[in-house]
Design a protein around this ligand. Structure first.
Ligand SMILES: [Zn+2]
Length: 804
């Protein structure tokens, strides 16, 4: 059980530069740099010495990982004869020729140049002290570049020589310039989440704010808006699904000139800008409060008798904590292993309740109280939506976010989906809960089931059914990665091998990705172990998304508990292994991208399609055939016994309906607060505040709870600081899509080559093809929840014909 995500979601994707505010994809919000002509630090593959000449004749003394030909995009050097560090973060730059060479494949030379052009990030050299100067450089370069682009694109008036403004001569250079800020933001946001440094966090918060402002400053310029409007006029004959048209419309909307919503007056545009800036700030405040609350989290238990069920190691750690704090007994912090184990292991229901209440009221009191932050965010989000003529923030977010239209494209559709699934899954979840009650009755003579009893009795019943399962002996981290990579290769034709790249911590593993024919696809860096101060949870983040055939750079993070020894030897349980497969799924989505526009590549797809590839890949962790590929005993090297693999597959269904049902209730809360809370209509009650409104939804739908002091919104990062506002149902929808598509793999064979190629073709499109069409390519019809419902325990019925 993961605390941070007792929500069953094992993972979430961190969108760099998260803007809870704008309905734009947060990843898009940043970008910037390179004065025209200096971008990319000169020619591809130039030595670093040349690259840092921005401040004169600096000579680099810093060498990147030796395996990389010519690091280009992030450069740090020491000026000759001085101790002044020169830092500059610039995204890589690929010429069309080089990118084409990449597509042509085979040539090892092309691969080497591509790898050199992608370069490396000198993670350890990006220091808090440099952030101000670094962002200053980004600002200057972006603005200069926008000026140059606008001036260069077209002269006044249209002639035969002068085609006027086109997407290629206007929008593409504009988004490329903005991407420089996005890139800098990606790098800094990632470091912030893994370093656990207060100082860096502070500097990063300022830097992110400046980068967001920079984007707004560019998009509010009259000449930029005029240029965009002119391009858009030329694109109106293109279909609604044309990526170029969608991107122009998205930028115009962000600038305050929505094409579909209501246009804004000059005064209103100023107001929209202020709203967005304020929401961006609140987003960071929310996160800061969470971090503070995790730090301040304490559960103090005096009597050892109340802690029966915890391991000796858990107790020792808690004892040490107490001593350090000058307290008697046992003290549990948020990061303590005992806190992780409490709800599943503690025999005393009273002590379980103590932990449960502390864990379900994070950031809801004192100096780190997120309740006022939530109220203000919801109010400002509603104002922003109304400004654009939408009834609610949910309507606004669903219709405007991202370049790709969502599969569930209206708030009505989204809520209907959630409601329908709540109704269909409820009986399955109730049945599982009844089994827990029955088990408790058989052991303790009572069938009582409070919220803090569920995890404990679920663990007991799991033990009873699957108690002799000890899969972690077969799931060492290096084996699990080997498995994920084997699936990537057999299914998608992507090869991943270790590479020696600069990292931010000794635990980080780096990999190089290539195609079956040798084409270079990019680099993946993985930071998988839990660490003090590191952001909890699992997520994948983009550092750089390549366009066309250009390579990408992604990071994958998790919080697996270290089991001692080297990172590769860490023993995982099957859920941790599934989390890693999930994040590798996101990473692959980016690596195989071939979208000609970054904003439509990789995971930059309709939000309710983004979890599909990652959730789909999880299936292979549970598949006997795949397990046979990589699950080997730590000591003996013997493959996992078939019986264990089969039992694991069974165990996947254990509690699945309850978990899925939880996610639906959370999605209902998300849609509720973003759709009905401020409006008062259809409201479950005339709630005094957002928390009581959410509690009312939980009371109506959840099978247990709400707890007396429980809060639902103060530690719900996805929707307040993670870019999933009014979009949390994307996880539930993603499972429908994934289970539906996996049926085909089950029928054809999970390593069926033809189907693997189809899947890769789908992932490569990014958002250049509507998600609904992409899914139809795999299943030949509209998505159906039947496969998922069967997985959740619905009785098998004769399968409906697939149709052609
Ligand atoms: Zn995910």
């Amino acid at each position: 059980v993961r605390r941070n995500t007792e929500r069953p979601i094992g993972s979430w994707r961190l969108r760099a530069g998260r803007s809870g505010a704008a309905a734009v994809d947060a990843a898009l919000l940043l970008g910037a740099l390179a004065a025209a002509g200096v971008l990319g630090l000169g020619a591809l593959g130039t030595s670093m010495g040349g690259a840092i000449s921005e401040r004169g004749a600096g000579r680099s003394e810093w060498r990147a990982g030796s395996s990389v030909a010519g690091p280009v995009h992030a450069v740090l050097g020491v000026e000759a004869g001085t101790a002044t560090a020169l830092l500059r973060l610039a995204p890589p730059s690929f010429t069309a020729e080089l990118a084409d060479a990449g597509r042509a494949g085979s040539a090892g030379r092309a691969a080497a140049s591509l790898e050199g052009a992608l370069g490396v990030v000198p993670w350890k050299h990006v220091a808090e002290a440099d952030l101000g100067a670094l962002v200053g450089g980004v600002e200057a370069r972006v603005l200069a570049r926008v000026d140059a682009d606008l001036a260069a694109a077209v002269g006044p008036g249209r002639t035969f020589e002068n085609p006027g403004r086109t997407f290629e001569n206007t929008v593409r250079p504009l988004v490329d310039a903005l991407h420089e800020a996005e890139y800098a933001s990606n790098v800094l946001a990632h470091l912030d989440s893994v370093l656990g440094s207060k100082k860096f966090s502070k500097g990063n918060a300022k830097a992110q704010q400046r980068l967001e402002r920079l984007r707004a400053r560019v998009l509010e310029r009259g000449d930029v808006v005029d240029a965009l409007t002119e391009v858009h006029r030329g694109l109106e004959s293109a279909g609604l699904d044309s990526p170029e048209r969608a991107l122009a419309e998205k930028l115009l909307a962000e600038a305050g000139y929505p094409v579909h919503g209501r246009g804004l007056s000059a005064a209103e545009r100023t107001w929209a800008r202020e709203l967005r800036a304020e929401l961006g700030k609140l987003d960071r405040t929310y996160e800061r409060n969470q971090t503070r609350a995790y730090k301040a989290f304490r559960v103090h238990v005096r009597d050892r008798a109340d802690l029966k069920g915890l391991s000796a190691a858990d107790l020792r750690e808690a004892r040490r904590n107490a001593k350090r704090a000058g307290k008697e007994g046992y003290l549990f912090e948020y990061d303590s292993a005992g806190t992780d184990d409490a709800l599943t292991s503690l025999r005393s229901a009273e002590t379980r309740k103590l932990f449960w209440e502390a864990l379900h009221r994070v950031a809801a009191d004192g100096a780190s109280d997120n309740r006022p932050v939530v109220e203000r965010m919801l109010a400002l989000r509603q104002s922003l939506a109304e400004l654009y003529g939408y009834r609610s923030y949910a309507d606004y977010a669903v219709s405007e976010r991202g370049p790709a239209r969502r599969m569930l494209g209206t708030a009505d559709e989204a809520e209907e989906f959630v409601d329908e699934m709540l109704a269909r899954v409820r009986p399955l979840a109730e049945r599982e809960l009844d089994e827990l009650r029955a088990h408790r009755r058989s052991v303790e003579g009572t069938a009582e089931m409070q919220p803090w009893d569920r995890a404990y009795w679920s663990a007991r019943l799991y033990e009873k059914r699957f108690g002799d399962l000890d899969e972690s002996k077969y799931l060492r981290l290096d084996r699990v990665l080997e498995g994920a990579f084997a699936v990537a290769e057999r299914l998608l034709g992507v090869r991943l091998e270790r590479a020696d790249l600069p990292t931010w911590h000794g635990d980080v593993l780096s990999f190089r990705a290539t195609d079956a024919d040798g084409r270079y696809l990019g680099q993946v860096q993985m930071d998988l172990l839990e660490r003090r101060g590191k952001h909890p949870g699992s997520w994948q983040a983009d550092i750089y998304v390549g366009e066309g055939a250009a390579p990408s750079h992604v990071v994958v993070n998790s919080d697996v508990s270290p089991t001692g020894g080297r990172v590769e030897k860490t023993a995982l349980n099957i859920d941790e292994a599934a989390s890693i497969f999930h994040e590798v799924g996101h990473a692959l989505h980016v690596l195989v991208t071939e979208a000609g526009l970054r904003d439509f590549g990789g995971t930059n797809v309709a939000q309710d399609f983004a979890e599909f590839p990652s959730q789909l890949l999880e299936n292979w962790v549970w598949d006997e055939g795949a397990l046979a590929l990589f699950a080997r005993h730590t000591r003996t090297g013997k493959p996992m016994p078939r019986k264990m693999a089969a039992t694991l597959a069974d165990s996947r269904r254990f509690g699945a309906a309850l978990d899925y049902y939880d996610t639906l209730v959370e999605a209902k809360v998300d849609l509720g607060v973003h759709r009905h809370y401020r409006r008062g209509e259809d409201a479950p009650s005339s709630a005094a505040d957002a928390e009581s409104f959410a509690a009312e939804i939980v009371r109506r739908h959840a099978l247990l709870g709400p707890g007396e002091h429980e809060t639902f919104l103060t530690d719900f990062e996805h929707i307040f600081a993670g870019g999933y506002a009014a979009g949390y149902h994307g996880y539930s929808w993603g499972e429908v899509l994934e289970a539906d598509a996996f049926e085909r793999f089950r029928e054809a064979g999970v390593f069926d080559e033809a189907l693997g190629r189809e899947l890769r073709g789908v992932l490569a499109q990014g958002a250049t093809v509507p998600a609904r069409d992409l899914h139809r390519r795999l299943v030949d019809r509209e998505p159906s929840p039947d496969a998922l419902l069967r997985r959740l325990g619905l009785e098998e019925r004769p399968r409906r014909g697939r149709g052609k």
